[in-house]
Design a protein around this ligand. Structure first.
Ligand code: TXA
Ligand code: MG
Length: 340
């Protein structure tokens, strides 16, 4: 039987749908929920059997920790050991509800499997009204990774979830398109400093207005500090290559290629290449919002190769470039490099 996809618009949430989602989650089921970043594959974070089902459904290695979603500070306190460090409290006050995940000491109430055995837990209070209502209806914190098969492109619509995991979950709640389009910013706390483990929807510049910030080098340090930070991730099925901002292809690069770039400066493309717009560099929020949708649509055309151009920008550009770099297995090709 196909999985039920139940509409629940954010501005007029359907209480019957929210109750059903809450009940399914309390009963140990798997429910895809909308958030402001991407869709999550949710289960009761306090139920080890339900948590194990998340890993199985996604084909996710047990070494990749899950984020626990709460509906406010009281529920956060229930999953965190001790009181919130001051830096974390400052960030939570500034950015929750919102796309910020705080890595904090894990309380014993949370099964170790949620955090892949780490003594920390990633906690986030999402801003999507449907997500908040479902957490409240479930009455328990929800472990929820992005609702895609492991390593693949994250879903930003209910339809994407159905394509990815349709036969592996109990319910999909359709809360419309995700607003941010890229995942939350993941932050560990080092004394008074926010240590960015994963660039995301909240740019480091915004964090820096509240606390000192440093970002780990995604290619080296993050791999250790934040397991699950794979070099190949967010990947279409087609072979994908990331290229530098302003990349200039050469005629030898001909072939069946989709080139995902910016409308502000479309390069002269070799024979066989077609241009697909990521959007304008002047609207990188828009680029982020549509990013996974654009990658998915490009993949559906089954080209021999997808080439994606990095933004090279600060702010939300860092999250865009992080995802595009991983989509290209963490190799970035410069103009003149051969083969691409
Ligand atoms: O926006 C988001 O964060 C979405 C929505 C659904 O909330 N969720 C999401 O989950 O992106 P996921 O599973 O795709 O990414 C979780 C990542 C892990 O791979 C890891 O990098 C980091 O968050 N993480 C989680 N818990 C951690 C911990 N205890 N220590 C370090 N990193 C952690
Ligand atoms: Mg993910």
């Amino acid at each position: 039987m196909p999985v039920p996809i139940l509409p629940c618009p954010p501005d007029t949430p359907d209480h019957g749908v929210i109750e059903r989602a809450g009940r399914t989650l309390r009963d140990g089921g798997l429910v895809a929920i909308p958030t402001e970043t991407v869709y999550g594959l949710a289960a009761n974070a306090l139920d080890p059997v339900a948590v194990a089902a998340i890993f199985t459904a996604k084909g996710r290695p047990a070494s990749d920790p899950l984020i626990v979603h709460v509906d406010g500070p009281a529920m956060a306190d229930a999953v965190v050991e001790g009181t919130l460090p001051k830096t974390a409290a400052t960030l939570a006050a500034a950015f929750w509800p919102g796309p910020l995940t705080l890595v904090l000491p894990r309380n014993d109430a949370v099964p170790a499997a949620v955090s892949s055995g780490l003594d920390t837990v990633g906690v986030r209070c999402p801003a999507h009204p449907v997500a908040l209502a479902i957490i409240a209806a479930a009455g328990v914190p929800l472990a929820a990774p992005s609702a895609n098969r492991f390593g693949r492109v994250s879903p930003t619509s209910a339809l994407h979830v159905a394509e990815e995991l349709g036969d592996r979950l109990d319910l999909i709640i359709d809360g419309g398109r995700c607003d941010a389009g890229v995942e939350s910013t993941v932050v560990a706390i080092d004394d008074d400093t926010a240590v960015v483990l994963r660039h995301g929807a909240i740019p480091i510049e915004a964090l820096a207005q509240h606390v000192p910030v440093r970002a780990v080098d995604a290619r080296t340090e993050a791999a250790r500090a934040s397991p699950g930070h794979d070099q190949r991730h967010y990947s279409p099925g087609a072979a994908t290559t990331a290229v530098v901002p302003g990349f200039v292809p050469t005629a030898d690069d001909g072939g069946d290629v989709l080139y995902l770039g910016y409308t502000d400066a479309v390069p002269v493309l070799p024979p066989g290449w077609r241009f697909v717009a990521l959007g304008s560099r002047a609207d990188l929020e828009g680029v982020a919002r549509r990013l996974y949708d654009t990658l998915r649509a490009a993949d559906a055309e089954q080209p021999a190769r997808i080439v994606v151009e990095l933004s090279g920008a600060a702010g939300i550009g860092r999250a865009i470039d992080d995802r595009l770099t991983r989509a290209g297995s963490s190799r970035v090709v410069a103009s003149g490099d051969s083969p691409i």
